[in-house]
Design a protein around this ligand. Sequence first.
Ligand code: HPA
Length: 269
Amino acid sequence: MTDTAFTEAARTVRDHGATAAIDCAIVLGTGLGGLADQLEDAIRIPYAAIPGFPAGGVSGHARQLCIGRLADKTVLIFQGRAHFYEGGDAAVMRVPLGMLQALGSPPLILTNAAGSLKPEMPPGSMAVITDHINFNGPNPLVGDGGDGRFVPMVDAYDPALRAGLGRAATAEGLSLGEGVYMWFSGPSFETPAEIRMAQVMGADLVGMSTVPEVILARRFEIKVAALSVVTNMGAGLHGGAPHHDETKDVASAAAIDLARLLRSFVREL
Ligand code: HPA
């Protein structure tokens, strides 16, 4: 599937000097932007300078595209994402992901801050997402045309990429949980009753992002995996009273482990 908005965004990136083939793309979520500072020879482009990219921002999100070298690979980092809760558009990340397709469909790793429903994944820990539940409901492909919109979602979270993330965690001596991520719209956090419901429905993690991006990535035939950094226990669970300041603080501390994990992952690509 192509779209002139995608090729225009890709052209803007190339016009800024990012012409090398991209080995991997990464979306860094709330408070997790630090890895972008580790890129060597980085080209940084504010989202506002790329046609079709979402404007605006949330505290804890810098919102720029960074392309540079990490562990001897060329990596494109989306430093900050746009969320459904900012304007009610599930397809708000359509052009950034369509641009990735226009840039050659490199594998994509999404990251997010999430609430945990499992005591064995406490705040500060990391987890690889195995599957999701679109509890929020809206789908970014509503209004999309053609049979390509009927995107299969078995193994949407690419098993080979997930295995690579697991090997990187082992190599770095980092523990990495795994679980099903349930998408809530936000921006309010869940109620304790909603968290109990999420547990019954089979979720392990809750958050306000990632799911629409995974659906878009699969639409564009981009291989995708996702990592959660647990910033808090779900509302009402032991110690669970989520707050945005806590999300940002815990994410910033865990971002160091996340950066080690991703650097090691990228090296082995
Ligand atoms: N709920 C939803 N989103 C989140 C949470 C949470 O508990 N923590 C970080 N992002």
